[in-house]
Design a protein around this ligand. Structure first.
Ligand SMILES: Nc1nc2c(c(=O)[nH]1)N[C@@H](CN(C=O)c1ccc(C(=O)N[C@@H](CCC(=O)O)C(=O)O)cc1)CN2
Ligand SMILES: NCC(=O)N[C@@H]1O[C@H](COP(=O)([O-])[O-])[C@@H](O)[C@H]1O
Length: 215
């Protein structure tokens, strides 16, 4: 059994991806969540963490003079837990270059699109308005380039004829809750790593799409 892999999870909102990670731990997943940190005090994910007995902390940007000050305080807080991996789970802050360098290779994010399509926000609406036939979600290593980091895992979600935004978002969310725990487990098992040429699985470079899952 691999040694435990300590996680710190960063959230800003509902925390359904956090809940999926919590539910995935134990059994065959050697990861354990040491703390959940939110940049919003009203994030429902904080309640989910407390219900699971996980330590929670809140760090609010308004308490810092600028973005770098917030990032530095966040990194100092994170380092107090000595994580092997920092997991962004709906964390809605763009992190600065110094922060990203500090956690290079140990920082994952889940994004609600098939990257590199639709970086940024409002991805489901953009996919629907473009008339795309498929959408999805991506787990990627975080780099300075927003949503541009090496892809580890993607799930493709076909867009149904006449489907509305809420229904699509729900179906993408369902796939997020499958691929994020899987990617975190692969990292915890030592299988998923960020190499010089991009994401690696079992020592083999992954394709540009990362490992692709079609539902
Ligand atoms: N340097 C990086 N930081 C972050 C990345 C990344 O890839 N590189 N991923 C994001 C997550 N994300 C999309 O997946 C994302 C989060 C936030 C924003 C954004 O525009 N945030 C605004 C504030 C929005 C708000 O407070 O509601 C901001 O930071 O000014 C875009 C994309 C996490 N960080
Ligand atoms: N650009 C970042 C972004 O949009 N992330 C998205 O925020 C949601 C958080 O939901 P959750 O709080 O229920 O996990 C998720 O759908 C995640 O992909």
């Amino acid at each position: 059994m691999p040694d435990a892999c300590d996680l710190v999870v960063l959230i800003s909102g509902a925390g359904s991806n956090l809940q999926a990670l919590i539910d995935s731990l134990g059994n065959r997943n050697p990861a354990r969540i040491r703390a959940v940190i939110s940049n919003r005090a009203d994030a429902y994910g904080l309640q989910r963490a407390r219900q699971a007995g996980i330590e929670t902390r809140v760090l609010q940007p308004r308490d810092y003079p600028d973005r770098d000050g917030f990032d530095d305080a966040l990194a100092d807080l994170i380092d107090g837990y000595s994580p092997d991996l920092v997991v962004l789970a709906g964390f809605m802050r763009i992190l600065g270059p110094a922060f990203v360098r500090r956690y290079n290779g140990r920082l994952l994010n889940i994004h609600p699109s098939l990257l590199p399509k639709y970086k940024g926000l409002d991805t489901h609406r953009r996919a629907l308005e473009a008339g795309d036939s498929e959408h999805g979600c991506s787990v990627h290593f975080v780099t300075e380039e927003l949503d541009g980091g090496p892809l580890a895992l993607q799930a493709v979600v076909p867009i149904l004829a006449g489907e509305g935004l809420e229904n699509l978002a729900q179906r993408v969310h369902e796939q997020e809750h499958l691929i994020y725990p899987l990617a975190v487990r692969w990292f915890a098992e030592g299988r998923l790593r960020l190499g010089a040429q991009g994401a690696m699985l079992d020592g083999t470079p992954l394709p540009a799409t990362g490992q692709l899952i079609r539902i």
